[in-house]
Design a binder for this molecule. Sequence first.
Ligand SMILES: CC(=O)SCCNC(=O)CCNC(=O)[C@H](O)C(C)(C)COP(=O)(O)OP(=O)(O)OC[C@H]1O[C@@H](n2cnc3c(N)ncnc32)[C@H](O)[C@@H]1OP(=O)(O)O
Length: 169
Amino acid sequence: MQGNFTTTKKTSDSKCFFSHATVPYDLNEGGSVYGARILEWADNLSGLVSIKHRRGSVTTASFDQFNFVNPIELGDFIFGEAFISGTGDASMEIFLKFVGEKSVTGERYLAAFGFITYAAKKLKPGEKVPKIEGVTEEETSIIQGYEERKKIIKEKIERNKKLTQIIKL
Ligand SMILES: CC(=O)SCCNC(=O)CCNC(=O)[C@H](O)C(C)(C)COP(=O)(O)OP(=O)(O)OC[C@H]1O[C@@H](n2cnc3c(N)ncnc32)[C@H](O)[C@@H]1OP(=O)(O)O
């Protein structure tokens, strides 16, 4: 039986936050936070957001873009924030930012930001993931760019089909 499951949810329904004081375990040999640590936090945070948005199982489909803007030093605080920035039929795009903060002075800087796509698993026939509506000006503005980003993602998926045929196993 087919049904119309489409609803709209607000970014505030699924937005998630991360906070952490950097410790030696987080560092690379150069003394700043290891990029892969930030990617792990990012994937974890996006997983929470996408599960809360669809209230069902999900999987990471792609790190569409991730930008390391400023290094995070030992002792700095790091604050992450992630929200749904666009939805397709089965996919959810999550925007993330990580802001560093000097623990003593409170000076803040943009450490990293990016977009990750998650895909909903086990959708019922006719079911789509809920659409998204921004609450803050920042969220609404980022959501407005979704259609343009989705176009680039579709082109990438088509290019990847050719690439996967030539990648040797
Ligand atoms: C949280 C974790 O640790 S998960 C572990 C890491 N992730 C994995 O192991 C996932 C492995 N990959 C897979 O299972 C599959 O490739 C999937 C589920 C991601 C995609 O499978 P597909 O058969 O391509 O599914 P399908 O074509 O229906 O795509 C589902 C949605 O994902 C989107 N999608 C698929 N591949 C990509 C990609 N590379 N980049 C961005 N979006 C993608 C599609 O556009 C589609 O979105 P839409 O319906 O909103 O247009």
